[in-house]
Design a protein around this ligand. Structure first.
Ligand SMILES: NC(=O)c1ccc[n+]([C@@H]2O[C@H](COP(=O)([O-])OP(=O)(O)OC[C@H]3O[C@@H](n4cnc5c(N)ncnc54)[C@H](OP(=O)(O)O)[C@@H]3O)[C@@H](O)[C@H]2O)c1
Length: 150
């Protein structure tokens, strides 16, 4: 768990498969959690818990991202994309979006950033189909201003 004195944590992609579980764990550990996604209304159950907040955010949009991160101590990026569509590509979400999150987190003074990735942060790791596809497009995980732990 984040050692953040039970402060406000933003979970980007907090309505997703993994994000919902992260939200639950953080809440159960006493954190106030801001659930951020493009369709926050798609949460499985209505938000009645006073320790849960919800905000509409697109990691492709600096302004909405900055709003989601305002006042947060920690950020978990659990945004995902499994199928590319139009301008929404593995690169735009897993590389450019991730870099945008890191930049905004740094700018907003966020203490801890956890980035979840299925494309593989380690070039030597076993390759998932998504990562192979991304690597074929010469993507790389962005170097963030935060230290990396695997
Ligand atoms: N599921 C697994 O078993 C598994 C295993 C290993 C690793 N992972 C990794 O865990 C992460 C999350 O995967 P997941 O399976 O939980 O994905 P998911 O169920 O598809 O959820 C994706 C989340 O991201 C949000 N999202 C997508 N595009 C967004 C955008 N542009 N801006 C803001 N929010 C956006 C979605 O909500 P909206 O569509 O409403 O925006 C949703 O909340 C990924 O990095 C994945 O590779 C997952």
């Amino acid at each position: 768990m984040l050692s953040l004195r039970n402060g406000l944590i933003c979970v980007l992609g907090g309505t997703g498969f993994l994000g919902r579980r992260i939200v639950r764990r953080l809440r159960d550990h006493g954190h106030t959690v801001r659930i951020a996604s493009r369709h926050p209304q798609r949460t499985r159950s209505p938000i009645t818990d006073e320790r849960l907040q919800s905000i509409r955010t697109d990691i492709g949009d600096e302004t909405s991202l900055a709003a989601a991160l305002t006042g947060t101590q920690g950020v978990v990026n659990a945004v995902s994309l499994y199928v590319e569509r139009g301008n929404t590509t593995f690169r735009s979400v897993h590389v450019e979006g991730a870099a945008r999150v890191a930049r905004q987190a740094r700018r907003g003074g966020v203490e801890r950033l956890i980035h979840v990735s299925g494309i593989g942060a380690d070039p030597g790791s076993d390759s998932s189909p998504m990562r192979r596809s991304c690597v074929r497009r010469s993507c790389s995980v962005p170097t963030t201003p935060f230290s990396t732990r695997r």
